[in-house]
Design a protein around this ligand. Sequence first.
Ligand SMILES: Cc1cc2nc3c(=O)[nH]c(=O)nc-3n(C[C@H](O)[C@H](O)[C@H](O)COP(=O)(O)OP(=O)(O)OC[C@H]3O[C@@H](n4cnc5c(N)ncnc54)[C@H](O)[C@@H]3O)c2cc1C
Length: 448
Amino acid sequence: MTRTIKVSKTPKDTGPAGWNQILTAARAYPQLQGDIQADWVVVGGGFAGIAAARRLSQLTQNESIVLVDANRLAEGPAGRNSGFMIDLPHDLNSETYAGAQDEDRKQIHLNRTAIDFAREMAQEFGMPKQVFDPCGKVTGAGSSRGEKHIDSYIKHLEILGESHRLMDAAEMKRWTGTDFYSKGLFTPGAVVIQPAAFIRMAAEGLSKRVDIYENTPVTAMELGSEHLLTTPAGRIRARNVILAVNGHIQSFGFFPRQLLHVFTYASMTRKLSRDEQQRLGGAADWGVLPADPMGTTVRRCSDFMGSGDRVTVRNRFTLNQSMEISEREVAGVIRAHDKAFSARFPMLEGVEMEHRWGGRLCLSWNSVPAFGELEERVYSAACQNGLGTVKGTMSGMMAAELAVKGSSQLLDEFRSYDKPRQLPPEPFLSVGANINLRWKEWLAGVEL
Ligand SMILES: Cc1cc2nc3c(=O)[nH]c(=O)nc-3n(C[C@H](O)[C@H](O)[C@H](O)COP(=O)(O)OP(=O)(O)OC[C@H]3O[C@@H](n4cnc5c(N)ncnc54)[C@H](O)[C@@H]3O)c2cc1C
């Protein structure tokens, strides 16, 4: 018996993927033309897809692996994010990022394993520090509300026995050049990446073993003893399929009414002149996460292969269950971005934003992944709950292990999560969630 799945929607990314735009032209992988056969096909070339392909290449010897993406690599959410690979609990649904202690210990272990897996790729594929920087992370506060968030997070870290160091306003200013931050909290285990360069270099490294196709959306899937995946100009016959498509797992008909499609937004300046860099001062590369999860993330990056020195800000969340946003929605966050930028960088008055974009996150109500064998030899590595650089890497690794090995200690740990909880019906969900987001953003005040 065969069953055909029609893919209801392929991804649409709104605005440029800033981190990808500022790099030199990417290596182009072909669009699939004609019919091919493979032992494995990975659908999606973000963090989960790259990790799945990598783990498959380690676990299988002479089996063929194909990876397809609907768009160009690093143009989707993987090339749009702020690049924080965070080892500590980072639950966007929580007031402080933290959760219950046992859950947090488990999450830390999984996150660190995923970061080590990415680190190994970074070493093997020759990624420089500007692409993969094990510099730890700093959470910054610019108000008493933000400081309270830091204080309560410290208490949590102390219970967990996690090392950390407080930075005072003077140290924050020396490091960032701005006197916006009154307090900072450094934790050593995170890695900061140039997300688009990471994806590109990982794909390049994998391409010796994995056949990669870009601009190749899967539009239908016929399930059978061999699955048949249809794309616009060719078909793939494969025994095993890993769906690493994040929220678009729903477009394949899985996890209906269980996933939240949240968008967040970023703006990146044009290249800063030498004079502007001097006016700003501080370190050439730094990043600050907001103490209040609803606040603004900031990164300053030095030139990498002609990208120039730039500042990037990220804030605002919207829930869009259609999995799409319009240019108007990106335009709607400009004020919040420009306000956050000028509050932190008055010395850069007049520096314009060159790239503005939005990007998809996929969350579940109970912050668990949408993972597992969904049909015979069809595996899901989706729903990264906002920390896709790390959780996507982990779910891709785990999907490959589940498919090849069936079980492992790490897999048992990863699979001990509940299933994604059913969501409230529409329109209550979208109206309620968006009101709640606006309310929390309002509460975040100057942290935004
Ligand atoms: C502005 C912004 C800032 C962020 N900051 C951070 C951060 O600092 N740290 C962090 O960890 N996370 C961050 N995120 C979230 C992170 O980017 C995502 O969680 C992550 O990209 C998810 O990884 P993934 O591989 O599961 O999915 P994706 O990166 O979404 O990759 C899925 C891929 O599947 C492809 N696809 C979908 N459907 C099909 C189909 N039918 N056929 C073929 N291909 C298909 C898509 O084109 C896409 O490339 C941020 C996101 C945004 C937008």
